[in-house]
Ligand binder design. Structure first.
Ligand code: C2E
Ligand code: MG
Ligand code: MG
Ligand code: MG
Length: 284
């Protein structure tokens, strides 16, 4: 169905279009295979408390090693999954894997999973999530589903309903990539978000101007005035971590604290067998 709509879009000729479509079709076929064969992997990245640097949550990030091509970025294949319906099995797989691994983590460590509009647009989504939580014996309140603003703008009423259904299960929802698009702090309250994640682009902007810092500080203050905690993403340097902490972010995420890593590596950190003492932690 989604495929037919995709075909309908390409009515006029553009140079290079055939090649692009060919590549996309091949990607789609291979991705479908990977999902069917269980070849997708999930990487796990820590989120730390800004005040004491302890791990407070872990984000699940899908990984695809495409045979003959190597690693493909989620930024490339997630959009394809979204337009072909593959996002539904993919998303449920990632959620299930995260819930399974969470048994190896301290109970206070939360689980963050990204979801796409194509998933929660389906009215059955909340039931599917509920089934996975039940089957894996996961405490729903540990799970935060991260979503970007796209669908909120397209279809605010239905988005609000979908979010309400998820929250009724006891899950939390976060607005991801804040600052990369058009979402305003008002969205946080309008849609009932429990958390805001500041996009890496705003963190990078700190290097460019001092106004960027003022704007970031004001944005975080607004969110916190609504009692909505804030995570900053993409932190690679200590000075960034310090500024974001001073700006009021309560959680930090980025290569400085740990890259996305295989399940065994994150589990080893919690088991204290990763070789890194408390504080210093440099995952590959
Ligand atoms: P996101 O949810 O905003 O995830 C953060 C991205 O930033 C991840 O990229 C992560 O690897 C990367 N990152 C984290 N710390 C740093 C850092 O310090 N520096 C830099 N340069 N990058 C950092 P990744 O894994 O390539 O994922 C990209 C996007 O793809 C995600 O952005 C998310 O929107 C989407 N995605 C990933 N996994 C899934 C999934 O299972 N389902 C859905 N629907 N989307 C997913
Ligand atoms: Mg995310
Ligand atoms: Mg993000
Ligand atoms: Mg993103």
């Amino acid at each position: 169905k989604a495929k037919d709509a995709g075909r309908g879009r390409c009515m006029c000729y553009e140079p290079g279009m055939d090649a692009d479509r060919e590549t996309r079709n091949e990607l789609e076929l291979d991705l479908r295979q990977a999902i069917e064969n269980g070849d997708l992997r999930v990487a796990f990245q820590p989120l730390v408390s800004a005040s004491n640097r302890e791990i407070v949550a872990v984000e699940a990030l899908v990984r695809w090693n495409r045979p003959g091509h190597g690693a493909v970025s989620p930024d490339v294949f997630i959009p394809i999954a979204e337009t072909t319906g593959l996002i539904e099995p993919l998303g449920l797989y990632v959620l299930r894997r995260a819930c399974e691994e969470a048994h190896h983590w301290p109970a206070g460590v939360n689980i963050a999973v990204n979801i796409s509009p194509g998933q929660f647009r389906n009215p059955a989504f909340a039931d599917q999530v509920g089934a996975i939580i039940g089957e894996t014996g996961t405490d729903a309140s540990r799970i935060t589903l991260e979503m970007t603003e796209g669908y909120l703008i397209q279809n605010p009423e239905r988005a609000r309903q979908a979010i309400d259904r998820l929250k009724a299960l006891g899950l939390r929802v976060a607005l991801d990539d804040f600052g990369a698009g058009f979402a305003s702090v008002g969205y946080l309250r309008q849609f009932g978000f429990d958390r805001m994640k500041i996009d890496r682009s705003l963190v990078l902007a700190l290097d460019e101007s001092s106004r960027a810092r003022d704007m970031l500080q004001a944005t975080v203050a607004l969110a916190r005035s609504l009692d909505i905690p804030v995570t900053a993403e993409g932190i690679e340097r200590e000075d960034q971590a310090m500024i974001l902490h001073l700006c009021g972010c309560d959680e930090l995420q980025g290569y400085l604290f740990g890259k996305p890593m295989p399940a065994e590596a994150i589990n080893a950190i919690f088991a204290g067998t990763d070789g890194a003492g408390a504080g210093g932690r440099s995952a590959a």
